[in-house]
Design a protein around this ligand. Structure first.
Ligand code: DAT
Length: 174
């Protein structure tokens, strides 16, 4: 039996832009597998030290990569993380950077319980388009796409576009 080739997709962007919401729904609609790197690290305790400034554990990037390597080789993975420069470039067929307007993002992060420096730093991260620039450096520019992620209409449009892209990629590669 021939196994169908399927693409690997990276969803990245500042915390709160909607990666998890989009990724889970996309997995439901397409049958691809969704992986939240934050959750994966938490479950496997894939940490290397503790960040005193932000009061959070520091991701052990090498162990995360080791943990995911086999699955990525099989294809059909949707990976969600607020950073992107430590994954092997060869893993991903396409990279989406979700973008959210400052005021909208501010409210989402406040609702999530972020305050003070953590809130300010994440808003700054979005204003300076830090993750977009990280993605443009880490991957071929032509596979990096920005997606607006402000309201439910954006979400639906993004879902439809990515589902279409997956269908086309699957046709072209099988
Ligand atoms: P992330 O995974 O990037 O941290 P999330 O998916 O947890 O973000 O979303 C953060 C919050 O914003 C959550 O309450 C759901 C909401 N949200 C996400 N995408 C949205 C959209 N397109 N329109 C309105 N709300 C959205």
């Amino acid at each position: 039996m021939k196994i169908m080739k399927r693409p690997n997709i990276l969803l990245t962007g500042t915390p709160g832009v909607g990666k998890t919401t989009l990724g889970k729904e996309l997995a439901q609609r397409t049958g691809l597998s969704y992986v939240n790197v934050g959750d994966l690290a938490q479950e496997g305790q894939l940490y290397d030290g503790f960040d005193d400034e932000y009061q959070c554990p520091i991701l052990d990037e090498d162990r995360v990569v080791d943990e995911l390597e086999d699955k990525m080789g099989d294809g059909g993975m949707i990976v969600d993380y607020h950073g992107c420069d430590f994954f092997p470039e060869r893993w991903f067929n396409i990279v989406f950077v979700l973008r959210t307007d400052n005021t909208v993002l501010y409210n989402r992060l406040e609702n999530r319980g972020y305050t003070g420096k953590k809130l300010q730093d994440n808003i700054q991260c979005e204003i300076f388009q830090t993750i977009y620039e990280e993605a443009m450096e880490a991957y071929k520019e032509e596979i990096v796409h920005q997606l607006p992620s402000n309201d439910p209409e954006d979400l639906e449009r993004n879902l439809e576009q990515i589902v279409q892209w997956i269908e086309q990629w699957t046709k072209d590669n099988n």
